[in-house]
Design a protein around this ligand. Sequence first.
Ligand SMILES: Cc1cc2nc3c(=O)[nH]c(=O)nc-3n(C[C@H](O)[C@H](O)[C@H](O)COP(=O)(O)OP(=O)(O)OC[C@H]3O[C@@H](n4cnc5c(N)ncnc54)[C@H](O)[C@@H]3O)c2cc1C
Length: 475
Amino acid sequence: MQSQALTPKFRVAICGGGPGGLALAVTLLRAADGGAPVTIDIYEAAPELATVGAGISVWPRTRALLEELGLMEELRGRDRRGAIRETGRRRRSGLGFTFRKSDQAQASKNFFELQVPTNPLLIHRSALLEALKRGLNVPSMSTCTVHTSSRLLSYTPAEAGGVTLHFAGGATAHADVLVGADGVRSAVRQTMFSSYSPPVKPRWTGVVAYRSLVRREDLERLFKGHQAGKRAMVYSGKDRHLVTYPISRGEDINFVGFYTVPGAYESKASYPGKWVRDVPVEDVKACYEGWEDEVQAVTKCVKKATAWGIHVMDDVPRCVDGQVAILGDAMHAMETHFGAGGGQAMEDAYILGRILAHPRTALHSQSGKVDVVAALRIYERARFRFASSLVEKTRVVGKMYEFANGCEPDPDLVTSVHSAQNEDARKRGEAWAKRWGEEVTNLWRWQWDIALGKDWLAAEKMLLEEAGRTLEARL
Ligand SMILES: Cc1cc2nc3c(=O)[nH]c(=O)nc-3n(C[C@H](O)[C@H](O)[C@H](O)COP(=O)(O)OP(=O)(O)OC[C@H]3O[C@@H](n4cnc5c(N)ncnc54)[C@H](O)[C@@H]3O)c2cc1C
């Protein structure tokens, strides 16, 4: 949407049109300061704003942000057209995931249900991106232009101030602020830390994820009443686990099967081969050979799959350098076990967007206003430590799902299912499950204990204090 003839306060270049980059643009458009809009350019390497992927879960903190940006309406609308499914029956609170030990031939039982205060959205990634793309059309004083097929290679400081962007093919562009929302292999981050030794780079976790979609009707034919069609499940086993949840109004089941190569993370091994590649379905089936029938039934329904080498960014020293910032996977790519990487990218974007669009933020420092360099530093203080801490937390919870790091299940967890008379065994199994469940719940608690709104208020307070100091300095 074109603005009136107001002079923009500065030009923001966003490198990357994934969830983080698009959420930043939508926030900037929505929060536009009427008196001083911004000019936004999104540079995306791909020929269009669309990405590979399958299901994605969006938890309460991030849902609040989507409400705030006016996108939940859009996503709820998708519900009727079948792109969305909410677990439970849209109660305010409900089930997160149901856990089950499955790495044995004997049928097991569900041993723990993660209760969450608000149901997660379980949607197709393309539905989320579509909603964000539509959000770019919101009426605003600011303007947004999307440049596809524009792969950033690096940036340099511009002589006249700001940043010069260098693209594959030789094109260049100028911006006052550059934000790298360009994913785990970020070119912006690479430039930011180009002089660092050892280099700041993604680390393979030793985890490989098989992603697929399963048709519910196929599963129902094989295994009548299969619970994966109704609820979000985690099937756990030693060094591997499988996550499933229904999407598309229950017509499809999102499938993410994980296995861990023991010791690979600790030895800093490189991932062999392409990070994302198609794999034969036999590989997926082989991964869960010998597991209980409930899991085998799901793997039998996998028609095609991609394998993702899961990499994290666990050693990024900071997320801002002068007029350049990074967000999302570029800053804190994490394992997937909280289903939160995309949500965290959008949260970074929301806080950063509101800081940049704030009436007290200007290109250059002036009475009562902070300049963009100071504004980016406030973003860093508001987001860096929290988001980066989730990288390790996610790793810890993932190990629990795979009964690693000293949380091996009590042998009675499964045997008691098959010896109903053995009361003591049942009690031992249940006591173990209770302890395990409490630990997992505590690791998940950040998702609903800390509201994003509070984080924004804390960031705004820092901004206002900083702006106040510029005022005092001039008195
Ligand atoms: C198996 C799996 C399951 C997951 N499940 C969930 C889930 O349930 N919930 C959740 O919240 N998250 C989940 N995630 C994580 C989530 O997908 C990521 O955290 C999220 O996509 C990060 O968003 P981003 O915008 O930072 O980066 P990306 O999504 O990686 O987007 C980066 C964009 O930048 C573009 N780009 C890259 N390099 C350049 C360049 N040099 N120049 C210009 N453009 C460039 C890319 O083409 C892309 O469009 C999952 C991830 C995996 C692998």
